[in-house]
Design a protein around this ligand. Structure first.
Ligand code: FAD
Length: 406
């Protein structure tokens, strides 16, 4: 059985190695010279490889089509992924939020382990870009160099995010040309563009231990609230809290979502007021702008003061009660308005993809084209941060690999 795997990322490397291990004659096509290019930059170069969690927690973290993944997950769940990498010689550790990383903190160890796994099982690795797939009796694959014929094809070309890593959406075109539906593609886990100019003024400033709340102004309901880290960009906000919040924003109407930053989540409003009174009494003869150094990062002080409406040079001892209340309120609920999500190229993950209704969840085989399989981000499945997206890539890759070899 000659099998082609298209795409040497997390899903394709897993699928290729597993298919070869199970007896298939496998060729892996990757258009980059380096395999696992995106894998190497995951988790800020540390690769949050999976999540050391129970089954229920995994499915709670899958946003799109969790049920479709039941079978693949049960074949290759989080603990199987961990044992797999340990068996390939990559010791792992579990950090906050059950996030699993290599002990070395090197994403390249994960990519290299998968490459070795493929080589050891006899996968033939070819650095060519696949341009076209046609199906007659067998599959005819046209690459940038020549034509090949296969019995099975696994499409593992990734999504549309970070196109410089090679994920340029080619798999969607292949799937469509073979008769499949591709659901609407959009960005998830993506920075947010905001209207307020405080973002640009504080560009590069990272806020730690703040609470971010995202509110859908149409329903008035909070769609996300979490304590953690975020940062200001030239046009909005980013960082772990913001990326996660973005996954809860389905509509992209400008102005629909409001963000509120609690800069002092450990203090309730009364305690915060007491703290302000104390700080103010210690600085009573100073200009108000000089009374915040213990309370806020220096880059944030001037833009924050502008929002309060209190003149910078007002003496602390003449600040009114209502001005102090306004300051406290803004410290607890600094508002931002989301204009849009940043472009999909800046997203961690693509939402949408090959329609799961047209894929057999037990095998990852197309229901329309026998012998054709899908794995990884190209499928319409996405999850929150925490190692869940790679877990999807690994379990769908494993399932496609093993079932295509049978
Ligand atoms: C910055 C960043 C950080 C991330 N961090 C994490 C993390 O820590 N944990 C986590 O769980 N998830 C993380 N993700 C998400 C994770 O990287 C993806 O879920 C995962 O890489 C998807 O794997 P894949 O194999 O489906 O696609 P990819 O990894 O994108 O691989 C697809 C491969 O196919 C190749 N290809 C495409 N078209 C062709 C073609 N025509 N011919 C030949 N080859 C082709 C591409 O070059 C690419 O190498 C992160 C994503 C980004 C962008």
């Amino acid at each position: 059985m000659k099998t082609a795997v298209i795409g040497g990322g997390a899903a394709g490397l897993t699928a290729a190695g597993v298919a070869a291990q199970n007896g298939a004659d496998v060729v892996l096509f990757e258009k980059n010279e380096r395999y696992g290019t995106k894998l190497r930059i995951t988790g800020k170069g540390r690769c949050n490889v999976t999540n050391n969690c129970e089954k229920e927690a995994f499915f709670e973290n899958v946003v799109s089509n969790p049920r479709f993944l039941y079978s693949a997950y049960s074949r290759f769940d989080c603990s199987s992924v961990m044992s797999f990498f340990e068996s390939l010689g990559v010791p792992l550790k579990t950090e906050r939020g059950n996030r699993v990383f290599p002990v070395s903190d090197k994403a390249s160890d994960i990519a290299d382990a998968l490459i070795n796994f493929c080589r050891e099982n006899g996968v033939k690795m070819i650095n060519e870009k696949v341009c076209d797939i046609k199906k007659a009796d067998r599959f005819k694959i046209t690459t940038s160099r020549k034509e090949y014929v296969f019995d099975r094809v696994i499409i593992a070309t990734g999504g549309l995010s970070y196109p410089r890593t090679g994920s340029t959406g080619d798999g969607y075109a292949f799937a469509k040309s073979l008769g499949h539906n591709v659901t609407e593609l959009s960005a998830s886990l993506v920075p947010l563009v905001c209207y307020e100019d405080i973002c640009g003024k504080c560009q590069g400033l990272s806020l730690k231990n703040v609470t971010l709340t995202a509110v859908d102004s149409k329903t008035g309901k909070s769609v996300y609230e979490e304590l953690g880290e975020m940062l200001f960009t030239d046009s909005g906000v980013s960082g772990p809290l913001v990326l996660s919040a973005s996954a809860h924003m389905n509509e992209t109407e400008p102005g629909r979502y409001k963000l509120f930053i609690d800069l002092k989540p450990a203090l309730d409003i009364k305690t915060l007021d007491k703290r302000l009174l104390r700080d103010f009494s210690e600085n009573k003869n100073k200009d108000i702008i000089n009374a915040f150094s213990a309370l806020l990062p220096s880059k944030l002080i001037a833009p924050f003061m502008e929002l309060t409406g209190v003149p910078h040079d007002k003496k602390v001892n003449s600040v009114t009660v209502s001005e102090r209340e306004r300051i406290a309120e803004l410290l607890k609920r600094l508002p931002l308005t989301v204009k849009s999500k940043a472009p999909i190229a800046e997203a961690v993950i693509t939402r949408g993809g090959v329609d799961t209704k047209q894929i057999d969840p037990k095998t990852m085989q197309s229901k329309l084209v026998p012998g054709l399989y899908f794995a990884g981000e190209v499928i319409d499945c996405d999850a929150y941060t925490g190692g869940f997206n790679l877990q999807i890539a690994f379990c769908t890759g494993y399932t496609a690999g093993i079932s295509s070899a049978q």
